[in-house]
Write a protein that binds this ligand. Structure first.
Ligand SMILES: Nc1nc2c(ncn2[C@@H]2O[C@H](COP(=O)(O)OP(=O)(O)O)[C@@H](O)[C@H]2O)c(=O)[nH]1
Ligand SMILES: [Mg+2]
Length: 435
């Protein structure tokens, strides 16, 4: 279905800045075809003024748009007023609902899905309470509910979701372990909405898309299959990227949002697991923001992403001059190390960023001295697949320097110890049968 969308935004003073709501709408799959903004006090009926709502309705007709996104948070009665005033069938998303849609689409764990459902129900409870307190009639909703059945019903559903959350076991992610064992490191891009995370992800990603892996020549088909299975459960916001021989899975995490409604905080946190469990977090900040906003945003992101290694990035460096960039570099917490200035759109600074990311990955190195033979040849290709081979020298024997995750280096040692032992050397590549 088309997601052509007309955008509306109001601020009480100053000019409305629609950059964030646009980015949010886009990450929810909307295509913004027109925009209406307004500076005025809140109108009780619609939030925006009636004339503005009519202008939006006209745009909706002109563009045959099935959606309207309102940057502000609408009360239940405002929400109904909009729906009434727009052509039939047009769906309205206010800020809250739009954000909820995004979290829902991004919830990759059972816990995250339940947290999103809980937020939806809590919002529904507020809505029902507010509707019950008014004498207005709303299409499709009970106007008379003396027993409070309607409220009790949603409370019951809230209890049920809360119980399920309470009973949920803390589960380790088996796929994550397997991918780690296969030599992949996890990198998460974290930061506010509109900072440039998605743009950066596309810049960093290998040319080879995940879905193309199966299409290789015959001799690659088996490896491709193994890898396909390994990546089956990865969603589209994760891409592969190879840097300095290390294979990375880079995830574009759900964006931070200014003034996140309280009901959405837990749902947001639960969708951030990729960042908390990453080997390295790339903290993407927008260098074109004023210093105070920048400092506050970086602090908020740091509070949420856990205690692992962080590489701070100042994106949109093309939008500020050298002097301003210096000033902004100095507002980031010093213990993070120097922020890397980049421009994701222009492709500047990416080599330095890649270096910093690789330097922050967990790594051990080991030199192996091996005899000539089939075992060794199998081992060499295994090393190329699971880590970075810094050198291989062929003489009487083979000397190989491996740099990889500590657990991969351990696997490599075990492989070498098992050389010549038929029972364990049964697969040649070491990756089949496990993925
Ligand atoms: N000038 C400039 N604009 C950028 C840069 N990176 C991203 N943008 C723009 O910023 C907006 C938000 O980018 P996006 O990647 O969607 O941000 P996200 O919400 O963090 O994923 C888009 O309009 C991008 O084109 C940059 O380095 N320079
Ligand atoms: Mg994005």
């Amino acid at each position: 279905m088309s997601r052509r969308t007309v955008l509306a935004a109001r601020t009480t003073d100053g000019r409305p800045d629609t950059a964030e709501i646009r980015a949010l709408a886009e990450s929810a799959g909307h295509e913004v075809v027109a925009e209406h903004t307004q500076t005025r006090a809140e109108d009780a009926t619609f939030n925006l003024g009636r004339g503005k709502v009519d202008a939006v309705a006209e745009s909706v007709r002109d563009h045959d748009a099935p959606f309207v996104v309102v940057d502000n948070e609408l009360t239940p009665s405002q929400f109904f007023a909009w729906t009434d005033r727009l052509p039939d069938g047009v769906e309205v998303r206010d800020r809250f609902r739009l954000v909820l849609d995004i979290f829902e689409a991004r919830a990759s764990t059972r816990r995250a899905s339940l947290q999103v459902e809980l937020a939806r129900l809590q919002h529904e409870l507020h809505r029902r309470r507010e509707i019950q307190g008014q004498d207005t009639e709303y299409k499709g909703f009970p106007t008379h509910d003396p027993e409070g059945e309607w409220i009790r019903e949603v409370k019951l559903r809230i209890d049920r979701v809360q119980n399920r959350l309470g009973e949920l076991p803390e589960e380790g992610d088996r796929n994550r372990e397997r991918r780690h064992d296969a030599g992949f490191d996890f990198v998460a891009l974290a930061g506010y909405t509109n900072a440039g995370k998605s743009t950066l992800l596309h810049r960093l990603a290998d040319e080879l898309a995940l879905e193309d892996l199966g299409a290789g020549p015959d001799d690659l088909a088996e490896t491709a299959n193994v890898e396909d299975r390994l990546f089956e459960t990865l969603d589209t916001t994760t891409r592969r990227c190879t840097v300095d021989g290390r294979r990375l899975l880079v995830s574009d995490t759900v964006g931070f949002i200014r003034d996140l409604p309280h009901d959405l905080v837990e749902a947001f946190r639960s969708t951030l697991v990729e960042a908390r469990e990453a080997d390295v977090v790339v903290l993407v900040a927008d260098a074109s923001k004023p210093v105070d906003a920048l400092r506050e945003r970086v602090g908020t992101v740091l509070d949420e992403v856990g205690d692992g290694p962080v590489v701070p990035v100042l994106n949109k460096a093309d939008r500020v001059d050298g002097h301003e960039l210096e000033r902004k570099r100095s507002v980031l917490p010093g213990d993070l190390g120097e922020p890397v200035p980049i421009s994701a759109t222009e492709g500047c600074g990416l080599d330095e960023l890649r270096e910093r990311v690789v330097a922050a990955l967990p790594a051990s190195t080991e030199t192996f001295d091996l005899p000539q033979g089939d075992d060794t040849m199998g081992f060499v290709s295994w090393c190329h697949e699971h880590g970075a081979v810094d050198s291989v020298e062929y003489g009487d024997g083979v000397r190989l320097e491996l740099r990889a995750r500590p657990s991969v280096v351990e696997q490599a040692r075990a492989r070498v110890e098992a050389f010549g032992d038929d029972a364990t050397d049964d697969d040649g590549t070491g990756t089949d049968g496990r993925a």
